[in-house]
Design a protein around this ligand. Structure first.
Ligand code: NAD
Ligand code: UD1
Length: 338
């Protein structure tokens, strides 16, 4: 069985490639390296001892994408190829709508031409919006998103649902990720953000290693136990295994399903910083600052459905996440390609 990972050289795609290869799947990756580089896939091959067929292309370019389908017998597609920086999506909305929506349409069109009927999509907890109460359950309606990035995810979910409604043969799984952190236990692959990290864990790691002076914790006056925001942090390897379970499932079932991929357990920003310091024996300089616009006080999953239907649940602890994030950062202080 062959799985095409669109955007597979990135953070989540590269970890998923490892777990798919370990489970016996063949993996084809197509990526334009707009936020990654081929070295991640070299390392996937080193870790697994297996080879990955790699294409450098823009998924929006249907002529080039066709070649991938022509040359490979693809059983399922996982669509990771998207731009994901929330702040940038506010300043460059057209770029986000163009890239994220067009990659989706190109994949669906090309799959249609080559009769490929299984697709799994990287969605986000952000589609629950501001209205729904935590913990989020898949049966809740999508909410009002707070930024263009979030809207692209909500729109793409709608596009997949409409397309599946029109084609009874098309199977779709929408995976709503919570907050992926951590890295492969080998320390050879991990998250490699460009410039100043937007997300918490890469920022924490870069402060710990001395690349950044100080972490600002955005707000300590939220209605939570310690006043800082809580999130459902999930180890990227657990998330990757969730994709393998989704592929196993979609190949056998003509489904249209949504699954939360989270632990169901929220941790606060302060707990993340304290756990990182304790587990790794390092100092993370931090100060408390103003709230960041658009942040919710709490965000965590009800993770029951993925367990009931896919037989998947997370196995790694917050300590594992902090240890593995630091291991990657220490081994690769400048990421892959810099
Ligand atoms: P990433 O940026 O590391 O990976 C995305 C990959 O897609 C990159 O390798 C990038 O080069 C590639 N890409 C983007 N546009 C492309 C295009 N037009 N053609 C070809 N390749 C293209 O991000 P990630 O963290 O691995 O996230 C993967 C997916 O999961 C994204 O769609 C993201 O929005 C979604 N997601 C991520 C998170 C998170 O916290 N990391 C949370 C929820 C959802
Ligand atoms: C953000 C996006 C979400 C996206 C996800 C992955 C928003 C509102 N949500 O989630 O749509 O899917 O990234 O790209 O932007 N924090 C600090 N200091 C920092 C950085 C973060 O205190 O320097 C705090 C934040 O306030 C938040 C928590 O850490 O409470 C996690 O932040 P982050 O890693 O950016 O993820 P989210 O905001 O949850």
């Amino acid at each position: 069985m062959t799985v095409l990972l669109a955007g597979g050289a990135g953070y989540i795609g590269s970890h998923t490639a490892i777990e798919l290869l370990n489970a016996g799947y063949d993996v084809v990756v197509a990526d334009n390296y707009s936020n990654s580089c081929p070295e991640s896939i070299n390392r996937v091959e080193k870790i697994t001892g297996k080879s990955v067929k790699l294409y450098e292309l823009d998924i929006k370019d249907t002529d080039k994408l066709e070649k991938v389908f022509e040359e490979n017998n693809i059983d399922a597609v996982i669509h990771f190829a998207g731009l994901k920086a929330v702040g940038e999506s506010v300043s460059k909305p057209v770029m986000y709508y163009r890239n994220n929506i067009d990659t989706t349409l190109s994949l669906l069109e090309t799959m249609g031409r080559y009769n490929v009927k299984n697709i799994i999509f990287s969605s986000s907890a952000t589609v629950y919006g501001e209205e729904n109460p935590v913990p989020y359950v898949e049966t809740m309606k999508r909410g009002v998103c707070t930024n263009p990035y979030g809207w692209t995810k909500a729109m793409m979910e709608q596009i997949f649902e409409d397309t599946a409604r029109a084609d009874a043969e098309l199977a779709v799984i929408l995976l709503r990720y919570f907050n992926p952190i951590g890295a492969h236990e080998s320390g050879m692959i991990g998250e490699d953000p460009n410039g100043i990290p937007n997300n918490l864990m890469p920022y924490v790691s870069q402060v710990a290693i001395g690349k950044r002076e100080c972490l600002t914790i955005f707000g300590n006056d939220y209605p939570t136990a310690d006043g800082t925001c809580t999130r459902d942090y999930i180890h990227v390897t657990d998330l990757a295994v969730g994709h393998v379970r989704a592929v196993d499932y979609i190949i056998k079932n003509k489904c249209v399903e949504i699954f939360n991929l989270g632990t169901g357990v929220p941790y606060s920003v302060t707990e993340i910083v304290e756990t990182f310091e304790r587990v790794n024996g390092v100092k993370v300089n931090h100060v408390y600052g103003a709230r960041r616009e658009g942040d919710l006080a709490e965000c965590y999953a009800n993770a029951d459905k993925a367990y009931e239907i896919l037989g998947w649940k997370t196995e790694r602890t917050l300590e594992d996440m902090c240890r593995d994030s630091w291991n990657w950062q220490k081994n690769n202080p400048d990421g892959y390609c810099k």
